[in-house]
Design a protein around this ligand. Structure first.
Ligand code: HSE
Length: 301
């Protein structure tokens, strides 16, 4: 017995400024994963592209964990896992590589075990592994998502904006784990900062839903996480300022960083170049990548 499936999962940008742990956007950068389940026992893993040589090929691997979660939940009698991955999403940079790995594992295993899990169940399982729903929700559903947790269950809204925009991801040449980027966050924040973020998050979702994209300049402002994370990313404030000066609609930290993301209507290349230059001034090598919104989420290919 052996059966195989191929899955494509998008990268994601989370938070989008003020929407900490809630807002996410699926992006046109992808990881491909081929899973074969069998009764031959053992785990084998081949990785090409991002993470090749660095991703563990055993039960500690997050894709394997996700697959085993589905096998346990569905009682499917397979103990052999063979994975072939081609990764384009850079690791530990704030573009949702771990969410893509988790969602890829869950969706692939679900497909091979008879599609017994709904997308909502997959969202809950993915959130349980990842710890927060903001990257895994758009990786599953595509588009823009707003997610909340209610007693361990994720509730979400998924939508596409009426007016198109592009994104410029500036990817510095260093990793930052989400764990390290969450460690610098405070246990509590001033009431005024909470009010600041509530108003910006409401404006952000309103702006994205209505296409009033000029509001993004203020709607991407944040006081819950970005000010604390600046110390981990040399030149962060200056790179975000360079994006705005070069004509971006707005700019923010992508997820937990260290990628920085500009929302753009035009001149995306000039904005990317200005951001890379600002990083370089702070002795950080970086490259930029133009992204659009992925509308499909994880798909079988
Ligand atoms: N909301 C998460 C954070 C995204 O900012 O820590 C990264 O996984």
């Amino acid at each position: 017995m052996a059966n195989t499936v191929k899955i494509r999962v998008p990268g994601t940008t989370a938070n989008c400024g003020p929407g900490f742990d809630a807002v996410g956007i699926a992006c046109t950068i992808y990881n491909d994963l081929e899973l074969t389940l069998s009764d031959q026992g053992g785990i084998s893993l081949e990785v090409a592209g991002e993470g090749a040589g660095a991703i563990p090929a055993d039960a500690s691997n997050v894709v394997v964990k996700a697959i085993q979660m589905v096998l346990t939940k569905t009682g499917y009698p397979a103990n052999g896992i063979k994975l072939n991955m081609v990764n384009n999403i850079p690791l530990a940079r704030g573009l949702g590589s771990s969410a893509a790995a988790i969602v890829g594992g869950l969706v692939a295993a679900n497909e091979l075990t008879g599609n017994r899990l709904t997308k909502e169940e997959i969202l809950d399982m993915a959130t349980a592994i990842e710890g927060h729903p903001d990257n895994v929700a758009p990786a599953i559903f595509g588009g823009i998502t707003v997610s909340i947790m209610d007693s361990g269950t994720a509730k979400y809204l998924r939508f596409l904006p009426p007016k198109n925009f592009s994104m410029v991801a500036v990817i510095p040449e260093f990793n930052l784990s989400t764990k390290a980027a969450r460690k610098v966050l405070p246990d509590s924040v001033p009431f005024a900062d909470a009010v600041f973020n509530v108003s910006r998050t409401a404006l952000l979702i309103g702006a994205l839903c209505t296409g009033e994209l000029k509001l993004l300049l203020h709607a991407l402002e944040d006081r819950l996480h970005q000010p604390y994370r600046e110390q981990l990313i040399p030149g962060m404030a200056q790179v975000l300022a360079a994006a705005r000066q070069a004509g971006a609609l707005g700019a923010a930290l992508s997820g937990a960083g260290p990628c920085l993301l500009a929302f753009t209507a035009d001149n995306s290349d000039e904005i990317g170049q200005a951001m890379v230059k600002a990083f370089n001034i702070h002795k950080v090598d970086a490259r930029y990548q133009l992204l659009q919104i992925d509308t499909q989420g994880a798909i079988i290919v």
